[in-house]
Design a protein around this ligand. Sequence first.
Ligand code: SF4
Ligand code: SF4
Length: 297
Amino acid sequence: MTGVIFDLKRFAVHDGGGLRSTLFLKGCPLRCPWCQNPEGMELRPALWYSPGECLGCGTCRAVCPEKALTLDERIHINQEACTLCGVCEEACPGAALKQMGREITAEEAAELLLRDQVFFGEQGGVTLSGGEVLLQWEFAAQVLKLCREAGANTAIETCLLAPRRALEVMLLVTDHFMIDIKILDSSRHEELLGAGNQQILENYRWLVEQGADVLVRTPLIPGYTDTEENIRGIARFIRNVDPKARYELLNFNPLCRSKYAALEQEYPVEGRALSQKELERYYRILEEEGIQYIVKE
Ligand code: SF4
Ligand code: SF4
């Protein structure tokens, strides 16, 4: 069994309890305009270019056997023509080119994740993130099964847009589910993210019914998810499904803007991270809606 991954984060402290190793799986069925990891959206591996590292020497263009690169004030990649042969990456003196994404076996993935197991302690473990983990759920389940067998605690970060069968299998090998509910109104969800949220909400309800350990999270994205109506609505919904729901609001992090520059795309989100005082206003809304377990960053 193989899957496509694009990053590994060691000693992570924000991807579940304790110290963790987090593996990022490629591919996502949603198209959130604010995505922090746009390099993980497509399942297919691709050549990634960092303009900030580029010396403008043109070596890559000269060595490419497919003529997939052009140079003006920066390098442009014809991803359709690129065969990911690696020649330009090898030749680049600025380390500005890198293959994003590679296929590995579940055994290799588990080995990567368990490399730091000695540091995990009681609370830590392994986390699968993305992209969207459940897009490659058979691979993900196999990786977590191997990690579980090695004695590691397991977690996934997911948007829950997946068939029920995927969740049934993941439930057998996952200790913690960190799930995103971003927008409650399904039409707006579809308009902005490319798919409605009915399956997501039904899957959440099902997971709670199964007694799974679930943390619901909403990223506070200026102009997209941060309205009082949306946050209040999500809080009310999850409290009705699970009176003991745990809910975390994730502050906006604008650091990914440079990734969009690399993709020659505009980052559409204006704004900044919220101050503690501004966050407190949202926490009050959650309290008013009866959320008893508010997880704060
Ligand atoms: S990876 Fe190979 S085919 Fe793709 S741009 Fe670089 S040299 Fe050309
Ligand atoms: S070889 Fe590297 S540094 Fe030179 S133009 Fe290409 S990407 Fe930029």
